[in-house]
Write a protein that binds this ligand. Structure first.
Ligand code: P1T
Length: 386
């Protein structure tokens, strides 16, 4: 049996082979909608690019490899990947979801799928017991995001997986914030791992894409059917960009984590700071779980300055010069955002405030620049608080 490769080798070689035509080391961008056939059905493995495309296929094999899965599926966006998972379900089914999650995920569940007769329960999953009490015989899926966007709550994937298996419920984990460099949900018992590949996997803020990885062949067939039948596939150029990003995932993540730790500690020591959210702090509510299931703590940080209001948070993000004020995360460059008015504006104020997404919250995606420049930038922006 072939010896399995280690993660830092898999990001580069996992599922990859030189292109069959000329031995190109990177898969060519097969920018074609269709493939010539000699007789109906007589083709070389690909017939139409919605059903399959060699560049996307190379990415899908790479995705499966880095998540320790068997089957990868690449989509047009993270939300398109989530949309495919929810389409496994039928009207009347119930889903238990993390309460603190990306605003667009909440909007997809509530505004698109609830009208089709699906019912979503949003649960604070820090305590796994709360999930168990929300389970009914109609529960078909548990949707976990960990660490959560933007409150950095950590959910015990292994404990939720045991619960899901006991009740024969599918478990999907959004691994966008952690990436497989930090945690591998399939190894912890999840059935489906999902990514906004727009973020760390792509890594350069130049592509919007999504991914699913599974192990079970039957589940893979059902998801592939939906991918092809609904059609939200990742295009050849975008597949190439994500695959290229994945090849440096481990080195980028190492620096994201180092810079994240430095900036989290700097912020926490700042006299103007009320609260800093980062799973690496020893007093983070689920730090023990984080230490157990994560290899490192990532580059995402949220914070609330002392006595700050909406205007203060906006002033800080507007004053930053090295950090760019923008939606998204996970690129090489540092970004700052104001969740209440940006990424989480689609969640009603009352709902989002329950999970801590207040008007004063600022979110940082720490990039891989020199941390000293990032700290100096934060220093000058925080001085605007007066
Ligand atoms: O943007 P898209 O590729 O469709 O992915 C959606 C998505 C899903 N899950 C998580 C955890 C996410 O963070 C996102 C997208 N998030 C942002 C755009 C953001 O700035 O938070």
């Amino acid at each position: 049996m072939k010896k399995p490769l280690r993660f830092n080798t898999n990001t580069i070689h996992g599922g990859q082979e030189p292109d069959k035509a000329y031995g190109a080391v990177m898969p060519p961008i097969y920018q074609t909608s269709t493939f010539a056939q000699t007789t109906p059905g007589g083709h070389k493995g690909f017939e139409y690019s919605r059903s399959g495309n060699p560049t996307r296929h190379a990415l899908e094999k790479g995705l499966a490899s880095i998540e320790n899965g068997t089957y990868g599926l690449a989509f047009a966006s993270g939300l398109a990947a989530m949309d495919a998972v929810i389409k496994l379900l039928s009207p009347g089914d119930e889903i238990i979801s993390t309460n603190d999650l990306y605003g667009g995920s909440y909007r997809l569940f509530r505004k698109v799928f609830e009208p089709f007769g699906l019912h979503f329960h949003f649960v604070d999953m820090k305590d796994t017991g709360r999930i168990e009490s929300a389970i009914s015989e109609k529960t078909k899926l548990i949707w976990v995001e960990t660490p959560t966007n933007p409150m950095m709550n950590v959910i015990d994937i292994r404990a939720v997986a045991e619960l899901a298996q006991k009740h024969k419920i599918l478990l999907a984990v959004d691994n966008t914030f952690a990436t497989p460099y930090i945690q591998q949900p399939l190894d912890l018992g999840a059935d489906i791992v999902m990514h906004s590949a727009t973020k760390y996997l792509g890594g350069h803020s130049d592509v919007v894409a999504g991914a699913l990885v599974v192990r079970d062949p039957d589940l893979a067939d059902r998801l592939y059917f939906i991918q092809n039948a609904s059609g939200a596939v990742c295009g050849p150029m975008d597949s190439y960009l994500v695959l290229r990003g994945i090849k440096t995932l481990h080195v980028r993540m190492q620096r994201h984590c180092e810079n994240g730790a430095e900036i989290a500690r700097y912020l926490r020591s700042h006299p103007a700071m009320e609260k800093v959210y980062w799973p690496g702090f020893e007093d983070h509510p689920n730090h023990e779980v984080a230490k157990e299931q994560m290899n490192d703590f990532g580059g995402m940080i949220s914070f609330v300055p002392k006595g700050a209001n909406y205007a203060d948070a906006v002033r800080i993000v507007e004053s930053l010069k090295v950090f760019t004020l923008a939606e998204s995360l996970g690129g090489v460059e540092s970004l700052a955002g104001h969740p209440a008015s940006m990424t989480h504006a689609s969640i009603p104020k009352e709902e989002r405030e329950k999970s801590g997404v207040t008007d004063a919250l600022v979110r940082l995606s720490v990039g891989i620049e020199d941390a000293r420049d990032l700290i100096e930038d934060l220093e000058q922006a925080l001085s605007s608080l007066g």
